[in-house]
Design a protein around this ligand. Structure first.
Ligand code: ASP
Length: 334
């Protein structure tokens, strides 16, 4: 029987046209498919335009819309392809990895650095490869396909602004490559015959605080009033400067454990964090229960916390347990 793919479009460069004020999403799903007419493998592709945004404008609301669209159509299709802007694709891929777990069907995000109608573009090969990958029996779960590389949804990071190889897989190998229409698998993900588990709520009150040398602390008060979780992106393996520690603990001590969650992560792209190594980190752990991102990407940590805090858990213990549970391939060090 002919395989069926659902193409969900969201905008991004891939679907952009030149306007007087710069590139902006303008092409619909059918126009994207038209450009690929002669290079797609035989299959039936239905389309749904979820939104038409530069991914700079995507929020957790669109993540929920996308997850809902996949859920609604899940039984009718063999696989899903989502076209998306590259700027926040890693966040969306992470969010979908938590909102749609254990999916035996592939959900493949792709996009492009150049619009599909440009003469020199990566859009056609990326979209064709994504469809090809979504059609394959052994594909499963949420992934990004970009520049011939397949990266699991929770490990992708945009690392180049202009080049075609825009994404890297962080602290985990790429799952597969697609070359000249052939899939070379490095890691098997297709064995799951489990039922997918869908979630439909997120708590968006998660803040990222990036440390800089000499950072002032006045901002903390407002941050803790507005957000339920603060991810501190510290410098290396992890620590809080002495100049911030006292103010931070004074504020945190006003809340019940679990009411505000502190997560430590690092600005360093590769190899993760471990706050136990230095005194500036250990002291922190002794004074307040906190979570450590270890080998997870920032995008995955942010999405995971939004997912966890969206589930009405009670107390720090339950949050901690879920945070350190491996979902998909999001961590190997927890
Ligand atoms: N600004 C664009 C977006 O993220 C960039 C891209 O798609 O490559 O929508």
């Amino acid at each position: 029987m002919e395989k069926r793919i659902l193409l969900l479009t969201t905008g991004g460069t891939i679907a952009s046209t030149q306007t007087e004020r710069g590139l902006a999403p303008g092409l619909g799903a059918q126009e994207l498919l038209e450009s690929l007419r002669d290079i797609l493998p035989p299959c039936r592709i239905d389309t749904r335009e979820v939104c038409s945004l530069d991914s700079t404008n995507m929020t957790w609301r669109e993540w929920l819309l996308l997850a809902g669209a996949v859920r609604e159509a899940y039984d009718a299709y063999d696989g899903f392809v989502i076209t998306h802007g590259t700027d926040t694709m890693a966040y969306t891929a992470s969010a979908l990895s938590y909102l749609i777990q254990k999916s035996p069907k592939p959900i493949v995000l792709t996009g492009a650095q150049k619009p599909i109608h440009m003469e020199i573009t990566d859009a056609k090969s990326n979209l064709r490869d994504a469809v090809l990958y979504a059609l394959d029996e052994k594909s499963a779960g949420v992934q990004i396909l970009f520049n011939g590389q397949v990266i699991t949804g929770t490990r992708a990071k945009k690392v180049r602004s202009f080049s075609f190889d825009a994404f890297s897989s962080i602290n985990y190998p790429p799952l597969a490559a697609v070359q000249d229409g052939r899939i070379l698998r490095y890691i098997d993900v297709g064995e799951s015959r489990e039922e997918p588990v869908f979630y439909d709520s997120l708590n968006p009150r998660v803040f990222l605080l990036k440390l800089t040398p000499g950072i002032r602390t006045e901002i903390l008060e407002a941050v803790f009033q507005t957000y339920d979780c603060i991810i501190v992106e510290s410098f290396g393996v992890g620590g809080i400067p002495d100049s911030m520690a006292d103010d931070l603990f004074a504020i945190l001590s006003r809340y019940e454990p679990g009411e505000k969650v502190l997560v430590m992560t690092t600005q360093v792209t590769y190899e993760g964090s471990n706050v136990g190594v230095y005194e500036v980190g250990q002291r922190l752990r002794e004074r307040f229960p906190l979570l450590e991102a270890r080998d997870m990407t920032l995008e995955a940590v942010l999405a995971k916390m939004m997912w966890i805090l969206g589930q009405n858990l009670t107390g720090f213990g339950e949050i901690e347990k879920l945070f350190y549970e491996r979902i998909g391939q999001d961590t190997i060090l927890a």
